[in-house]
Design a binder for this molecule. Structure first.
Ligand code: NAD
Length: 345
C-alpha cells in the first residue's frame, strides 16, 4: 500500500489524540494536528516534539469553525481524518447538554461537510462503550442493544447515526467507528499522558491524584454490586493500545472497501478494588479509599467482546493493568514536578 501523505487528527493535543499522533507518526504517516485547547494544554506539543524529535504540523482551530477547517483542508493535502475532538464528561454533559450537542454533533457535521467539499472520504470516529446499556450481560458485542442514558452518550449516538446516513447516501465514503471501553495509562516514555483542564472524573487519574497527595482518598461508589468483591467491574485498556487500534483501523480503511463499528477493549473485567491494589503496587504508596453509595447510572459490570476487532483488523490489546498503572504513575509524577504543565485541579 502506498501511504497517503497526510492524516488530519482533530483533538490532537487531547489524551487519546496525542497518543494516536505518536502511533501514526511511528507507523510512517504524516500528521496534521488540530485542537482548540478546550480540554488540553499547548505544553502537550512540547512532549510530542521531544517524542517525535522534530517539528510538528499543528493548527489551533475549532472543528466547528467551517471557514477555519476549510482553509486548513485547502492548505494541506489531507487524505483521511481521525476525529477525536469532542467534549467527553458524562456529569458535565448533564449540566451543558447544548454544548455537548454543538461540539460533538455540530463539530462532526461541520467536519464531514468540509471533508465532502474537499473530496476526503476516509474517517476514523471516536465513539464510546457508554452507548451500551445495563440490561445486557457482558461481554458486550457491537450488536448489543444500545441504551442512551445521558447527553454525552446521546451526542455520540447521534454522531454514529449521522455517519450511517452519510454512508447510505455516499457509498464511496469509508468510516471506522471505534467504541472504546475505559482508556487508561499514559505513554511509556512519561512525556505525554492525561491532563484535562477540569477535575478528573475517570478512575485512573483520580487514583494518581490520591497517590500524589492531591486528594485525601478515593471515593468508591458502591460495594454492594453482585460482583466478586462488590465493586464495579470495567474493561480498562492502555491508551497506547487504543492508539495502535486506530492505526490498524486506518490502514484497513485505506486498503479495503469497508466501513465498520468495532469495540476496542481488553475483554477483561477488573474491579475498582483490584485497580486500587494495582495502582498502590505501581506507585509504592497506599491508596486510601472510602466507600459511599452507588452512583446513579453506573452499571455493575461492563466489558467488551473484542473478537470482531481481532478478526477484522488483526488488533488485540497488548498491555495489562500493571502497565497502565506503571505508565500513569510515571507520567503523573513527572508532570507534577515539571514546570511544563500546570498542576492538576
Ligand atoms: P480529551 O478531552 O483529552 O481530548 C479531546 C480534545 O479535543 C481536547 O484536546 C480538546 O481540547 C479538543 N477539543 C474539544 N472541542 C474541540 C473543538 N470544538 N475544536 C477543536 N478541538 C476540540 O478526550 P480524550 O479522552 O482524548 O477523548 C478523545 C475522544 O475519545 C473523544 O471523542 C471522546 O468522546 C472519546 N472517548 C473517550 C473516552 C475516555 O474515557 N477518555 C472513552 C470513550 C470515548
Amino acid at each position: 500500500m502506498s501511504k497517503p501523505a497526510k492524516i488530519l487528527l482533530t483533538g490532537a493535543t487531547g489524551y487519546i489524540g496525542s497518543h494516536a499522533w505518536v502511533a501514526l507518526s511511528q507507523a510512517g504517516w504524516d500528521v496534521v494536528g488540530v485542537d482548540n485547547f478546550a480540554n488540553s494544554h499547548p505544553a502537550v506539543l512540547e512532549g510530542l516534539t521531544r517524542l517525535l524529535s522534530g517539528p510538528l504540523m499543528f493548527e489551533c482551530a475549532d472543528v466547528g469553525d467551517a471557514a477555519a477547517m476549510s482553509a486548513l483542508f485547502a492548505r494541506h493535502r489531507i487524505d483521511a481524518v481521525m476525529h477525536f475532538a469532542a467534549l467527553k464528561s458524562v456529569p458535565e454533559s448533564l449540566l451543558r447538554p447544548l454544548d455537548y450537542m454543538a461540539v460533538n454533533v455540530g463539530g462532526l457535521l461541520t467536519l464531514t461537510q468540509v471533508m465532502q467539499a474537499h473530496n476526503v472520504q476516509r474517517l476514523v470516529f471516536s465513539s464510546t462503550a457508554a452507548l451500551y446499556g445495563a440490561s445486557q450481560p457482558p461481554p458486550l458485542r457491537e450488536d448489543a442493544a444500545l441504551e442512551i442514558s445521558h447527553p454525552y452518550a446521546r451526542s455520540k449516538w447521534m454522531g454514529e447515526r449521522l455517519l450511517a446516513d452519510l454512508l447510505a447516501a455516499f457509498p464511496a465514503w469509508r468510516v471506522a467507528t471505534l467504541r472504546y471501553f475505559n482508556p487508561a495509562g499514559a505513554h511509556e516514555s512519561g512525556l505525554i499522558g492525561e491532563r484535562p483542564r477540569g477535575p478528573a472524573d475517570n478512575l485512573m487519574p483520580c487514583l494518581g491524584e490520591v497517590a500524589l497527595g492531591l486528594r485525601p482518598h478515593l471515593w468508591v461508589y458502591g460495594r454492594d454490586y453482585p460482583t466478586p468483591d462488590g465493586t464495579g467491574l470495567r474493561d480498562y485498556l492502555h491508551v497506547q493500545d487504543i492508539a495502535d487500534g486506530h492505526v490498524s483501523a486506518l490502514e484497513h480503511l485505506m486498503e479495503q472497501p469497508d466501513s465498520f463499528t468495532l469495540n476496542l477493549g481488553r475483554g477483561e473485567a477488573v474491579s475498582v478494588l483490584q485497580m486500587i491494589a494495582a495502582y498502590a503496587q505501581a506507585c509504592g504508596r497506599p491508596i486510601p479509599y472510602r466507600v459511599i453509595p452507588r452512583r446513579a447510572g453506573d452499571v455493575a459490570a461492563s466489558w467488551a467482546d473484542c473478537s470482531q476487532a481481532a478478526q477484522r483488523l488483526g488488533w488485540q490489546a497488548q498491555r495489562d493493568v500493571a502497565a497502565m498503572c506503571r505508565d500513569s504513575w510515571r507520567w503523573l509524577s513527572a508532570a507534577q514536578t515539571s514546570s511544563a504543565l500546570p498542576a492538576p485541579t
